[in-house]
Design a protein around this ligand. Sequence first.
Ligand SMILES: N[C@@H](CCC(=O)N[C@@H](CS)C(=O)NCC(=O)O)C(=O)O
Length: 241
Amino acid sequence: MKPVMKLVIANKNHSSWSLRPWLLLTEFGIPFEEVLVPFGQTFDDPEWKRAISAFTTAGKVPALIDGEIKVWESLAILDHVADTRPDLAIWPRDPAARAMARSISAEMHAGFPVLRNACPMNLAWVHAARDRGPKVDADVARICAIWREARERFGGAGPFLFGAFTAADAMFAPVTARFTGYGIAPDPVSVAYCEAVQATPGFQSWRIGALAEPWIIAEDEAAEPVLTDFRPSLSRSRVSP
Ligand SMILES: N[C@@H](CCC(=O)N[C@@H](CS)C(=O)NCC(=O)O)C(=O)O
C-alpha cells in the first residue's frame, strides 16, 4: 500500500505558506502525516535550515513528500494534491471558474508583498486598524476586488470564492488571517469571506495548534499596539496599547 503523504511545515502561528496545503488536505479529508519543524529564533536559523534540508532542497516550507515524489512551493503542492485526487473538486470543475481560481491563486502566490511584509501572520495577536500607507491599501483593494468578483460570478450558494471550498480558498486563507489580525475590514464581502474561511474546521484546528505553540519569532512580530493577545504568557516583545 502507498504510504500516507507527509506534509512538512513550520510554526502554525507564523508559517502562512504552510497553512495553505495543510488546510486543503484537512478540509478535503485527505489523510496525511504532519511533520512540524519549528523555526529557531529567526527564520534563517542554520539549525532549522539543516533540519529542513532533509526534506527539501528548497530549504523552505511547506514541502510535500508523496512516496518517491517531492513537491515544494505551496501552489505546486495544491496542484499535486489535485492531480492525485481527480475524484475531488479541489479546483472548481466549471472551466470559467477554474480559470479564475487558477489565475487568482497564481496572483496570490506571486503577489502582495507589501501587505505581507507590513502585516505578518501571527494568529496570537489582533492589532488595531490604522493607516498602513497607500501601497498596503492598494494590495488590500486588489484582494477585495478579486474576492468580490469571484463571489459575484461563482459564489452561488456557498460562502467561499467559488461556492464550495477549493484550492483558491486555501491560497487566500493566510490573507484572511492578516485582515483579521490587523483590523482590515474594508467591505462586507471581505468580512464575510474572512469569517467563512476562519470558521472551517480545518482553520479552527490549525489555530488551536498555533495558540498552543511555545515559540516566539521576534522578527515576525509587528511592533504595533496589540488589542487582543491570545498567548499572553508568551508574547514578550509586544508594544502595549
Ligand atoms: N513561495 C514559497 C514560500 C515558502 C516560504 O517562504 N516559506 C517560509 C515559511 S512561511 C520559509 O520557509 N522561510 C524560511 C526561510 O526563508 O529560510 C511557497 O509558496 O511555498
